[in-house]
Design a protein. Structure first.
Lengths: 295, 295
């Protein structure tokens, strides 16, 4: 059997991403030993029963002890306090990474707690489903998806290289960029779409002229596509919006300006303007499909 | 062979819906003879070659001559003028229907041109894809989808019954409701989602901080779901928004209020409010999935 990439990997958080990483590591023999921590006893037991971790610990400090890689698979809002707690227990030479959808805030909250001699390589696997919890994970979640790494300016290139290998072994394609650029890219490709989806589903639910029953019944006309992403984990997304506030509000401002201009065209029955706007968005879809075919 | 439901059916417009209806009628032997009209000679030739119509005509008046059922499969903006043109050529006892996503405006534009002794039964099959044109149709498009009929108050119940049978034979489930109610239901379940999707794809395309290349590359984070519906036919959607202006602007107003309130919660980092909003939209997704499983 080939050598595992890491001797001991600790998963802090055993939800969709944590459990999927456990499965992916087992699939590709990436870690010789996987420890896990979750706050809930039920979650820890379930994880052990499913077997995507080899051992679970009630105290996260026990889980990270002697680990070569520690992965924070928790909502971005608590990454900082977790780093603070585990900091004294991290092994020299270990790598700490996270899977948060926001990077500037996570770096700001975590980096200062990482001891010298330990390497922090922030990461964001762009993969997910509408399901959560330890039973929702599967080994293929990251296959052919992007994982964005945002190494610190003074970070260790070897640690970044090792995390690149790690994510590739989990099935993902890896790119590196700055945390700042990541947050703008994520704001437009992921955070704003989620905000809009959460919002429109809420608006529909509140209409008094149309029964919820009808919304559900006739959802296939377009609405259905929004409900999938609006069913994503509320805690995760609450943290994303708060911690990527500036980039999200910036792209939301653009979105609102464009929407006001479309509304004006509708009000004025400006068919030319509407047509022009609807026509120009088609090529983006085509390019996405072309991209997927190439993979 | 069982008797066909209609002797002769005329399809005015041979795009996605017209061609799919042709295929669906052939599949279930719904019509003994199917004629077709499209403005473009190329489209007419393609339709004939594919074979989802038995004959094509350059003049729509020839296509509808002697037809028992005439189906307008064209953008809603031109339904009225088509009715005006074909009116003198309609057979006594014939049924005229349409497939438009807007009903009040179509009824207003068409009903006055329908001669006495001819039955107008407005309809809206809630089915579509992002593709258009005579090659995009397929017999299964309407299978298990809803077709909403909005019979006129003084309409012939027998004609409505026959159109119900027609759509069921095409694979669809049929409901009837008033044109007014239809337009509000469609505004929230279909028109607003499309407007939002067209808009966000446009916003993304305009950002100067993120290259279009990156938007396409990282679309899987949520954005991709929007691009599918934003690739729908621009002419059709231009007409939908103009002709369902009031209902669309009404639900858009609600959407904007809700979005402003979410933006405020982000600005104020009001995690409680964000969580509450994101949590309440999950059950709608669950209900949609339960509904689909029952079908």
């Amino acid at each position: 059997m080939a050598d595992a990439l890491f001797e001991k990997v600790a998963l802090i958080g055993l939800g969709l991403i944590g459990s999927s990483l456990g499965h992916a590591m087992k699939r590709a023999n990436i870690a010789r030993h996987i420890t896990g921590h979750a706050r809930s006893k039920q979650t820890r037991q379930t994880a052990l029963e499913i077997g995507f971790v080899d051992a679970v610990f009630e105290n996260m400090t026990d889980a990270v002890s002697d680990a070569d890689l520690v992965i924070l698979c928790v909502p971005v809002g608590i990454c900082g306090s977790i780093c603070e707690q585990i900091s004294p227990h991290l092994k020299q030479g270990a790598i700490v990474t996270d899977v948060g959808s926001v990077k500037v805030a996570v770096v700001a909250a975590c980096a200062r707690h990482i001891p010298s001699g330990v390497h922090f390589v922030p990461g964001h696997p762009m993969a997910g489903t509408e399901f959560s919890g330890p039973t929702s994970g599967f080994a293929e979640l990251f296959d052919n998806r992007w994982c964005l790494l945002t190494p610190l300016l003074d970070g260790d290139p070897q640690a970044t290289k090792k995390m690149t290998e790690y994510w590739q072994a989990c099935g993902a394609n890896v790119e590196t960029m700055t945390a700042q650029h990541h947050d703008v890219v994520a704001a437009i490709t992921s955070h704003l779409p989620h905000l809009i989806a959460f919002n429109i589903v809420g608006t529909a639910d509140d209409l008094e002229d149309v029964a919820e029953r009808e919304i559900i019944k006739y959802a296939a006309g377009g609405f259905r596509d929004f409900t999938r992403i609006a069913a994503s984990d509320p805690t995760m997304w609450r943290d994303v919006f708060i911690h990527n506030k500036e980039a999200v509000l910036e792209v939301l401002g653009r979105f609102n300006e464009d929407l006001a201009s479309l509304a004006k065209a509708i009000k004025e029955e400006d068919g030319y303007k509407l047509y022009e706007q609807f026509e120009r968005t088609r090529h983006i879809r085509q390019n996405i499909l072309d991209d997927e075919r190439k993979k």
